[in-house]
Design a protein around this ligand. Structure first.
Ligand code: C5P
Length: 393
C-alpha cells in the first residue's frame, strides 16, 4: 500500500474512534490519508486528532472557502486511489444510495470516479432493517466494496452483526483491494495447512503439533497479493485470512481429495503436516478391559499429497513443499525435494521448537541450491515466499 492515497470519510458512529487507529496503521504503511469528518463524526472524534494523526488538513464542510480554494471538492473526490468510508453509518449509506449531496461526504461520493469501500458499523437492528439491506445492495450493485461488519457485543449493549471489524482486518481488506491489481492477480494458488487427525476410534485420534500458523500466514499473504487462494486446512483454531477460500478437512485422505478437487492451480504450497500413517478406525470406543492389554493398532501409510500433486496430470507450474527436520537439515530436505518432485522445498529445523510459535527459521531449497532466510516471523517468511512465487510465476 506504500505510496497510495486514501480519502477517508469518517461517519458519525461510536466506532469513529477506530478511524484514528486506522489512520496510524495506514501512515505506518506509508499511505497518505486525506481525512474528511462528517458533522456526525465530529460528535465522536475531534478534527484536531484526525488531522494530527493524518498529518493533513481535515475537511469537514462543503462550504469552507479556504478549503475550496486549496482543493475544490470535485478535485478532492478524485485525488485518491480509494475512498474509504469508516464507519459507514446507516444514514450515510442511505444518502449515498439515493444520490444525495447535501454535505461534503455525500458530494464526494457522488462526484467521484474513484473506487469506494465502506465499512458499515451500527446497531444490529439498524443493520438488519430492510431499508439498510436494500441500500447496501444498491451500493454493492454500483461497485462499492463493503467490508462486512463483525458479529459480537456492541457499544449499545446488544449483540449481533454490526460491529466495525478490528483494524488489522480492515488493513487486510485494503491490502486485498490494492493487491487485486497486485503481483498475483489472476493466479490460483492451492495451500495446505495444519495437522491432520487420523481417527483411532470415535474419541481418539493420531495427530501432531502443527498449529497451522505458517500455512495460514502464507494463504493470507497470497490473497493480499491478489491471488485466488484455496486453503485446505486440517483441524486448527485459526481465523480464515481475509479473501481466502477455506476447505476444512480432518484426515489425510480428505485433504488429498480436497486438493485434487481444487486443481487446476498455478502454484501449490503444501505446508500441512500430514500424518504419515493412519489406522483402521474402530466403530466403537476401545475399552480398557482387565487382563486384555492394550489394543493393537496396525498402521497404514497415508497418500503423499505433495508427491501426487507434483506428479499430477494437471500439475501446478510451481509446486512447493515444506519439510520439518531434526538435524542434518539441508541434506535431508534436498533429498526430499527430489524424492517428492517439488520445485522448491522450505525447510526448517524443528528441534528448536517452532510448533505454535510466531517465529521460524527456514531455508529455501531449489534446483539451484539453498538460501538461509535466517530467524524471522512467520508473517515475514510468508511475505518473502509470496514475493518469490510472484517472481517465478
Ligand atoms: O515427508 P514429509 O512429511 O517430511 O514431507 C513434508 C512435505 O510433504 C510437506 O510439504 C507436506 O505438506 C507434504 N506431505 C504431503 N502428504 C503427506 C506427507 C507430507 O503432502 N502424506
Amino acid at each position: 500500500m506504500n505510496g497510495r492515497t486514501i480519502l477517508l470519510i469518517v461517519g458519525g458512529g461510536i466506532a469513529a474512534y477506530k478511524a484514528l487507529e486506522l489512520v496510524r496503521a495506514l501512515r505506518r504503511e506509508g499511505v497518505r490519508v486525506l481525512p474528511v469528518l462528517t458533522e456526525g463524526g465530529a460528535h465522536f472524534i475531534t478534527p484536531l486528532s484526525l488531522s494530527a494523526l493524518a498529518e493533513e488538513t481535515v475537511r469537514t464542510s462543503l462550504w469552507d472557502l479556504e478549503d475550496e480554494a486549496t482543493m475544490g471538492h470535485i478535485a478532492l473526490s478524485r485525488a485518491a486511489d480509494l475512498i474509504l468510508v469508516l464507519p459507514a453509518t446507516a444514514d450515510l449509506m442511505a444518502r449515498a444510495a439515493t444520490g444525495q449531496a447535501g454535505d461534503l461526504a455525500t458530494t464526494l461520493l457522488l462526484a467521484t470516479d474513484t473506487p469506494v469501500m465502506m465499512a458499515p458499523a451500527m446497531n444490529v437492528r439498524m443493520w438488519q432493517h430492510p431499508a439498510t439491506v436494500a441500500n447496501v445492495a444498491t451500493l454493492k450493485a454500483r461497485g462499492v466494496e463493503i467490508i462486512p461488519p463483525d458479529t459480537g457485543p456492541m457499544a449499545c449493549g446488544e449483540t449481533g452483526p454490526g460491529r466495525l471489524p478490528e483494524i488489522p482486518a480492515v488493513m487486510a481488506a485494503l491490502a486485498r483491494h490494492f493487491g487485486r491489481a497486485g503481483a498475483l492477480a489472476g493466479k490460483h494458488v492451492l495451500v495446505t495447512a495444519g495437522p491432520t487427525h487420523e481417527p483411532i476410534d470415535p474419541v481418539r485420534y493420531i495427530a501432531n503439533r502443527s498449529s497451522g500458523k505458517q500455512g495460514f500466514a502464507i494463504a493470507g499473504a497470497l490473497a493480499a497479493a491478489g491471488a485466488r487462494v484455496s486453503l485446505v486446512a486440517g483441524p486448527v483454531s485459526l481465523a480464515t485470512p481475509a479473501g481466502v477460500t477455506r476447505i476444512d478437512v480432518e484426515t489425510a485422505r480428505e485433504m488429498a481429495a480436497a486438493c485434487e478437487a481444487a486443481l487446476p492451480a498455478d502454484a501449490a504450497v503444501m505446508v500441512a503436516a500430514v500424518a504419515d500413517w493412519r489406522t483402521e478406525a474402530a466403530a466403537a470406543k476401545h475399552k480398557k478391559a482387565p487382563g486384555e492389554g492394550p489394543p493393537a493398532l496396525t498402521l497404514t501409510e497415508n497418500p503423499d499429497i505433495l508427491a501426487s500433486i507434483a506428479a499430477h496430470a494437471r500439475r501446478p507450474r510451481l509446486v512447493i513443499g515444506f519439510a520439518a527436520e531434526t538435524g542434518d537439515l539441508i541434506a535431508k530436505a534436498s533429498a526430499k525435494r527430489l524424492r517428492k518432485g517439488a520445485d522448491w522445498l522450505v525447510a526448517n529445523d524443528v528441534s528448536e521448537g517452532v510448533f505454535g510459535a510466531d517465529e521460524n527459521h527456514v531455508h529455501l531449497i531449489t534446483a539451484h541450491g539453498h538460501q538461509d532466510w535466517g530467524p524471522a516471523s512467520k508473517a515475514s517468511i510468508a511475505a518473502r515466499l509470496v514475493q518469490e512465487i510472484a517472481d517465478a510465476l
